[in-house]
Design a protein around this ligand. Structure first.
Ligand code: HAM
Length: 426
């Protein structure tokens, strides 16, 4: 398919049956987050470009290469949101959320946009579920967030995830370390590729993300930030780990883990499902105590994470654990007497009002075709009304599992179906 018409998102993810799975996954995330005190928040799909550029950082791939930027009719430079965090913190600052009990905990789900080469698990329009806790630097909050994320994966039945955890210290502590790292890179400039040399100037931490094997070999010997964090950040990290250990959440320490966005400080983590290969990152997060100041607010601690719904979907599918099987059909109406259709369709509608899932043939199928269709939709019962039944104002209700069949007066049909389905709500 040419690039011009290449789907910007994993199109199949938005169609049945995956669309049902996607909805079930997001609903499970929201319900879990709300049980932990999070409330839902949505931010605009596009915002001032500077909001993302200032926070995620000009040196990040997300801002430097992947942001969808456009100018509107008022000559404002806008960007499609590449993530939720900056928009959520902006909303927190602008809408008085700092006056509420802290930390303010918000969850979101929706489309994000990044201009990247589309491949399996990497799309230009993709979906994140996101959670942020703003207004507290308590290490228990970091653990709460990681527990929420890991708990969601567990609830979905995803086996084999890996949580990698690191601390990148406080921003104020970073300069001496960056000087060390630059000095190390200077010693090895001949062995790293052009991207890494450029990162030496912009943000040498990013050099750890290099995909170039020779540069990776150099970075394997580089000083790591976790060994150079200040006392306060180290103590904070020890407590985060103690909370995770007490909760029995497994993780591995990865002192080379740096995230792709510049606003992080202290705790950072990533979750991967290695079998996805190149796009194995199914979630990532961290603390961002300096972010609010970058957008003009007072110092405000915060921590959060996001997960890529499409990648989680691929992982679940690989394990044959896609949630949200198509909704079961309580009754399939096989109306074989043409004359009876309007009346039977009216009864079908009444049954739906009682909370039952009902379908009828809508494609002029003969009896055999209708029976097949009832099977296909997994109907628990069929309601058959042929000429003979119609003449007597009755129908045959057949239990598709037991094969048992009863004749029911049309006047009693809705009540009968509701009782049979286990007393669906009136
Ligand atoms: P991120 O690591 O850039 O973090 O993205 C989070 C997740 O979004 C990734 O782990 C991945 O699963 C998914 N993702 C990213 N790009 C794509 C893409 N092009 N196609 C499909 N999935 C993708 C953030 O966005 C931070 N805002 C997370 C955070 C929240 N940190 C603090 N609070």
């Amino acid at each position: 398919m040419s690039d011009a018409i290449q789907a910007p998102r994993g199109t199949l993810d938005w169609l049945p049956p995956r669309s049902g799975a996607r909805r079930a996954m997001i609903a499970a995330f929201g319900a879990r987050a709300e049980r932990a005190g999070f409330r839902e928040a949505q931010t605009p799909v596009f915002e001032e470009k500077g909001l993302f550029a200032r926070t995620a950082g000009e040196s990040s791939e997300v801002v430097g290469k992947e942001m969808y930027v456009f100018t509107d009719q008022g000559e404002r430079e806008l960007a499609l949101r590449p993530e939720f965090t900056a928009g959520i913190v902006r909303a927190y600052l602008e809408h008085g959320l700092s006056r509420e009990a802290q930390p303010v905990r918000l969850w979101s789900a929706g489309s994000c946009y990044r201009y990247a080469a589309v491949q399996r698990g990497r799309y230009r329009e993709f979906t994140q579920v996101n959670a942020e806790a703003i207004g507290s630097d308590d290490p228990a909050v970091d653990a709460e967030l990681i527990a929420l994320q890991v708990g969601w994966f567990r609830e979905l039945g995803l086996d084999g995830i890996e949580v990698r955890l690191n601390t990148i210290g406080d921003r104020a502590d970073r300069e001496p370390y960056l000087a060390l790292l630059r000095a190390y890179l200077d010693e090895h400039l001949g062995d790293v590729d052009g991207d890494v040399s450029r990162q030496r100037e912009l943000n040498p931490l990013r050099a750890f993300d290099t995909k170039d094997p020779a540069s990776q070999a150099v970075m394997a010997g580089a000083p790591v930030i976790a060994d150079h964090v200040g006392e306060a950040a180290a103590a904070h990290f020890a407590q985060v780990r103690a909370f995770l250990d007490a909760r029995g959440i497994p993780y591995v320490l990865d002192p080379t883990l740096v995230r792709g966005l510049d606003y992080y400080s202290r705790t950072t983590w990533e979750v991967s499902w290695p079998e996805l290969g190149a796009q194995s990152g199914i979630g990532g997060g961290g603390r961002y105590d300096g972010l609010a100041e970058l957008i003009g607010g007072p110092p405000t601690p915060g921590v959060g994470f996001a997960c890529g719904v499409e990648r989680v979907l691929l992982a679940l599918e690989a394990q044959e654990r896609l949630p949200g099987a198509p909704s079961a059909c309580d009754a399939f109406f096989m109306v074989l007497a043409a004359e009876a259709r309007p009346a039977l369709h009216a009864l079908m509608e009444q049954a739906r009002e009682r909370g039952l899932a009902c379908e009828a043939d809508l494609a002029g199928r003969a009896a055999k075709g209708q029976m097949k269709q009832a099977d296909r939709v997994g109907a628990a019962r069929t309601v058959v009304c042929g000429d003979d039944e119609w003449a007597r104002r009755v129908c045959l209700v057949r239990d598709m599992t037991s094969g048992e069949q009863v004749e029911v007066a049309l006047d009693d049909l809705v009540g009968h179906l509701a009782d049979a389905a286990g007393g669906a709500q009136a």
